[in-house]
Design a protein around this ligand. Structure first.
Ligand code: T4K
Length: 393
């Protein structure tokens, strides 16, 4: 609940007034489904005495997620980053792989961690997703694959990227960490490329505490990834493949099953919040919410505000003002992966090819959303921004 009404600049905490919120308002408070149902499932796990290693909850979770997304296989994992690493290995990527810089740094790290060079391609400023023409420019004889990211839950240009991959004999996979519940041309994300990788981290609209999954329609690939996530074991004492420990535990699957039951409610709350922000921010010069194709589904997990050059205040002034009010807006994914280590040192000139990425990185703010955010909270956040950009009275 906001603690004050903000009518003038004197009411802003950055100017000495008390903050609008007693408690920090985070961008990604976890969405939690029915607590009783979750606790019943946890009791079941304890009664079963089966806590991990492909237990019954994980198997049920995989079946339900695969059915939900219309994918043939879902291989549940301990988190999205390990899932990316396993997918990258299973596809035998090596040398150079083209990725956006404008994503969470895990996309690039999952490659670099395995001795593969992430080559950053620029984005389309209208969608924040990979620009196919930029991808073409980054292909070299060492390129083996492309990882498209469905940023903010909007599908990457799947068909165009697939055409480039086919033309050059490259593998294509997707980082779908933001895209659970999203569609591309009306079909659920989770069925495209060689495979797609989800994150079910606590802050995602659909969470399993920590967790992730790879979905694919390729039987052989699914089998390889199942081996890889469990040290390469095929039955007792029989290791037939190199592997790691990427297993999802039973409690995480229980959380996932419970949140899957609640998923439509979560999406409804996020969509309502998105429209409330849109309406309340209307009329501010050169401030806009990133818009999405209404014909496609999106869980509106992120509320992405773009602060243009024509806005009377900068993005950083907005962030500082909101933080003073206890609204912990984030600058995801500033400054871009190419400016984070080790990439900044390895590729100091990468920015020359990343004009749109660098520009967007200076202008984006992510605002709080999720089931815990009420409409009066959104009104209060937006009134802070309105007052900040208003001329002195
Ligand atoms: N690819 C992409 C495109 C991704 O976005 C991500 C993860 C991955 C791959 C890798 O998937 P995972 O390996 O994570 O499954 C967060 C998340 O840790 C990360 O999962 C997510 N993307 C990224 C976008 O955001 P931080 O460093 O911003 O997290 P943190 O701790 O600052 O939390 C974010 C907000 O949520 C804060 O305002 C606090 C609040 N919060 C957080 C947690 C953990 C809560 O209210 N409760 C909680 O339990 O990275």
């Amino acid at each position: 609940m906001p603690t004050k009404i903000i009518r003038s600049k004197a009411d802003l905490a950055i100017n000495g007034a008390p903050p609008a919120f007693d408690q920090p308002l985070h961008v990604g408070r976890p969405n939690i489904g029915d607590r009783e149902t979750f606790l019943q499932r946890v009791n079941q796990i304890l009664d079963n005495q089966w806590l991990t290693n492909n237990g019954p909850m994980v198997q049920e979770f995989e079946q339900r997620v695969a059915a939900h997304l219309g994918a043939k296989h879902c291989v549940a994992m301990c988190n999205g980053t390990i899932a990316l690493e396993i997918a990258i290995r299973a596809l035998r990527l090596q040398g150079e792989v083209i990725v956006p810089s404008w994503t969470f740094v895990a996309t690039a790290h999952a490659l670099y961690w395995q001795g593969i060079t992430p080559v950053f391609a620029d984005i389309d400023p209208a969608t924040h997703n990979l620009d196919p023409a930029a991808v073409r420019r980054m292909i070299t004889p060492r390129t083996t694959g492309i990882i498209g990211v469905h940023l903010w839950g909007r599908a990457a240009p799947v068909d165009e990227l697939q055409a480039i991959a086919d033309e050059h004999g490259l593998r294509l996979m997707f980082d779908a960490a933001h895209a659970f519940g999203s569609t591309y041309k009306g079909k659920s994300i989770g069925r495209f490329g060689a495979c797609e990788v989800f994150s079910f981290h606590a802050t995602k609209s659909f969470n399993t505490f920590e967790g992730g999954a790879i979905t694919t329609n390729d039987d052989e690939l699914a089998e390889t990834m199942r081996l890889m996530r469990n040290f390469g074991f095929k039955g007792y004492d029989n290791v037939i493949h190199p592997g790691t420990n990427g297993k999802m535990i039973e409690v995480c699957a229980a959380m996932g099953l419970t949140n899957l039951d609640a998923f439509s409610h979560i999406v409804t709350a996020n969509t309502r919040n998105y429209h409330a922000y849109r309406e309340a921010l209307n009329g501010i010069p050169d401030i806009s919410l990133l818009s999405f194709d209404p014909a496609e589904r999106n869980s509106h997990h992120y509320v992405v505000l773009e602060v243009g050059e024509g806005c009377p205040v900068t993005r950083d002034e907005i962030v500082a003002t909101l933080h003073a009010e206890n609204v912990l807006a984030r600058k995801y994914f500033w400054p871009g992966s190419h400016k984070m280590q080790p990439y900044r040192s390895l590729f100091p000139h990468a920015g020359l090819m990343l004009y749109n990425t660098q520009r967007i990185a200076e202008h984006v703010v992510i605002l709080p959303t999720g089931t815990a955010i009420e409409s009066d909270t959104i009104e209060s956040i937006c009134s802070i921004i309105h007052v900040l950009v208003s001329r002195p009275s």
